[in-house]
Each structure stands twice: as structure tokens, then as C-alpha cells.
Design a protein around this ligand. Sequence first.
Ligand code: C2E
Ligand code: CA
Ligand code: CA
Ligand code: CA
Length: 281
Amino acid sequence: AKALGKSRYVVFEAAMRDRVQALLRVETDLRAAIANQEFQLYYQPIISLKTHEIVSLEALIRWQHPQRGLISPQEFIPVAEETGLILAIGQWVLEESCQQLWQWHQTLTEIPPLSISVNLSRKQFSQASLGKQIQSILSETGVSARHLKLEITETMIMENEVMVSELISQLRALGLQLQIDDFGTGYSSLSFLHNFPLDTLKIDRSFIEGLVTDTEKSEIVRTMITLAHNLGMTAIAEGVETQAQLQWLQQHHCDCVQGYLLSKPLSAAQMQKALMQSHRV
Ligand code: C2E
Ligand code: CA
Ligand code: CA
Ligand code: CA
């Protein structure tokens, strides 16, 4: 039994070593990726259920690895966060999305000016200089603050309430909107909602999944929509995949929807094409 225990330990150790090596490889590759411009932004529309117009485009990062192909952010964002590389990546995401937005504002003159939603990482949101950084990106790209929305999570707020309070005031003073991403998954108390002025609740996909058949889920979503409205906030449903979900959300006065049913995330070129087609009569 002792021998078996030991060999198990060896196997475990080998697995750990592989895991560590894999993580280190991702880190090395991530450093190169920044220099080699291997990142790309995809865009997914957020659509109003009242006007049926695009309210905003969420910028979602993709990594086109020279050997491994397209890598999902779920795989590399955590490594980037741990190594601090997320700060450089986050800066790039803000710059790139604002540059792209400015370009769309210039070329898509027949449609109302679009807004963009950018995901912030934990590390970015704990930097006191974030407000200044965003302000200079806005002035360099010529994008107005009212067209930039920032997505943060409940946990990011709860982790550092004092610092965050200062940062939120700064960002709001600039005229930016703040959206709570993945709402309902943070295991936080709801107290942050009245302590901080925020604009939007994005109801997490896990609640939208099975919404129509699961009475508990529909009760939760109904309550989240009411909560948002009672606090003067907008409700966005994430991960809408079926017509039945869409209808339910419309009947229950959810403000906006986002999901594969309406559009998958698209590259800038694909999105531009779609935007131009949708407005050709
Ligand atoms: P998120 O912010 O919750 O983004 C929504 C994710 O759900 C995206 O995955 C999107 O492609 C996916 N999605 C949208 N509609 C549907 C649907 O109808 N069904 C399903 N099954 N999925 C849907 P993606 O692009 O892989 O991004 C995953 C996560 O990575 C994001 O979750 C976000 O937390 C993070 N992320 C993405 N881009 C960035 C970024 O630029 N910076 C930071 N810090 N994080 C990012
Ligand atoms: Ca998001
Ligand atoms: Ca989300
Ligand atoms: Ca998420």
C-alpha cells in the first residue's frame, strides 16, 4: 500500500509539473503575443427590446496563437491576471476598442452613434490611475465618455470597497457608465448596490439557461429585473439562445438582450459588414 501511495504521489507530481510547465509556456507566449500583436477584439451586440436597436457592442478579446490557433480568453485571462500581464493587455483592449469605435462613428453615419462595453480585469480595477488612463485614451481617440461602458463584477467591487468607491466616483465624473457583469454569481451581499452608483445589471447566462422551464430561475430573473428597475438601473440578459427566452424576457420588461440567438461575437470586419447591411433599406 505504501509503494502504491508513493507511485500515486509521483504521478500527481508529474501532473503538477506538466501543469506548471503549461502555465509557464502560456506566460512566455503571452509576453510575445503583446509584442507580436496577436490579440484581436470581437464584438457582440447588446440589443434593446424596446427599440430593437443596438445599444452597445461588447468587446471580447481573442488570441490568435501562431501555433495553437484561436485561444479563448477563459484560458489566458487568468494567467494574464496572475502574472500582471493583464495590465498591458487591458490597456490594449481599451485603446483598440476606442479606436475602432471612433472609426465606426466616422464611417457609419446613417446609424445613431454606437457605444462600446469593455471588460475590466480585477487588477485594472484596483489601480488608482485607471481614471487618468481612461481619460487619456478618450482624448487621444476622440471618443466621448458617454459611449464607453465598463463591465466589472460584484466580486471586484466587494474586494476593495474603499478604493473602489473613489474609483467609481472618478469614472462617473468622467461620464462613463458602469455595468455589473455576471450578476448573481458573485456570492456577494446586495449591499453594494445601494453603496455604489451603477447603471446596469447584466444577468448572468446561468440564470437565462432553462429560464422558461425552470420556475425557480424565472422567479429569480423576474426579481433581478425588478431590482434593477427599482434602483434606477437597466437590466441586460446575457446568453440568450432561444426564441422562447427572448419572448419571456420581453414579456417581463427586461431592457436589453445579448446572446447567440441575436448574434455571435464577430470580428471588426464582420461586424462592420453586418452593421452596414442592417441599415440598407
Ligand atoms: P463575459 O464578459 O461574461 O462575456 C460573455 C461571454 O459569453 C463571451 O465569451 C461570449 O462569447 C459568450 N456568449 C455570448 N452569448 C452567448 C450565448 O448565447 N451562449 C453562450 N454559451 N455563450 C455566449 P468569451 O468571449 O469566450 O469570453 C469569456 C470571458 O472572458 C468573458 O466573459 C470575460 O469575463 C473574459 N473576457 C473577454 N474579453 C475580455 C477582455 O477584453 N478583458 C478582460 N479582462 N476579460 C475579458
Ligand atoms: Ca462581460
Ligand atoms: Ca457576463
Ligand atoms: Ca462571464
